[in-house]
Ligand binder design. Sequence first.
Ligand code: SF4
Ligand code: SF4
Length: 351
Amino acid sequence: MFAAAIQHRTRPVLAQIIPIRRCNLACAYCNEFDHASSPVTLPVMLARIDKLAALGVSIITISGGEPLLHPELEQIIRRIRSHGAIATLISNAYLLSPDRIRALNRAGLDYLQISIDNVEPDDISMKSLRVLERKLEWLARDAEFAVTINSVLGIDVRHPEDALAVARRARSLGFNSTVGIAHDGSGQSQALPERQLRIYRDIRRLETGVFSFAHYDRFQENLVRGLPNQWHCHAGARFLYICEDGLVHWCSQQRGTPGIPLADYTLEDVERQYAIQKSCAPSCGISCVHQTAMLDQIREDPRRMLQELIERRRASEPDFRAPLLLRGIAWMFLDNPAIQKAFVRVLGVRR
Ligand code: SF4
Ligand code: SF4
């Protein structure tokens, strides 16, 4: 994924695709579901996956609605993996069972993200730790894919401290934990109130991996303090959002633009969208698009990115020293351009 992102400046890296808009829940803050629509048929979904692979997409995230409601989800995942792309799934986890987890293992799922909003269900959200506890234990026991539990701050929950309890439980089960910032219906996020900001910092301190995007998320660090980000959003190019009708949109909160059918989407469209400046960018809270922008920074200025990554880690852990492996990688790829070129050529041959 890194190799492909580095090799091609404008090619799509990440696509989010919707196999079903229907959801079994109705979170009060959500504008991405209905209670009626049918699943997209399997042949149509497979054709869309093939088209994304032909455009060079490296990571395909299946979301919804609730994607586990799709009766042929595992075949969609298999198709993603058959192209050598990374298959990820965003789910509320209500429909998980030991059998379904094993089916996802067999299909080759790489990564599952579950959002949990509170400890006890309420009228805002039923995505609750207590309700999902059993499913999380099954996942810890049986899942062969990586699991991340995401909690969201900035939504109107009664007990924002629940986000920290969710993150701690996730870590105790061996999962990753992340914290997101709520956005409105046009993707815009606002500063967190002081109490939530403290919880945000506490959750961030639970992060341990050196390479985690969480350590490097300057976008989110600014947004939680109400500061705008100066960046060029490459949605429609580096990131594609494919709705249930098979149209390409900038992202989940800017549906309608460009609104071109995926079947007709070309690399010329990608180039065109790459160049467009989006007025919604400064306060944008769509973290998956931020991540593609971070990949671009790795591509354009890897040394600075690495330095920032380490400095941010030191801000929360003053004794932190970059591991030997990381220093070795920096020597190989930053100090020796010939090795970097060979690496990209070998790992980037899929395109
Ligand atoms: S579970 Fe997810 S898709 Fe369903 S209503 Fe809640 S946030 Fe929306
Ligand atoms: S800046 Fe990009 S990702 Fe953010 S809301 Fe606008 S189009 Fe979507």
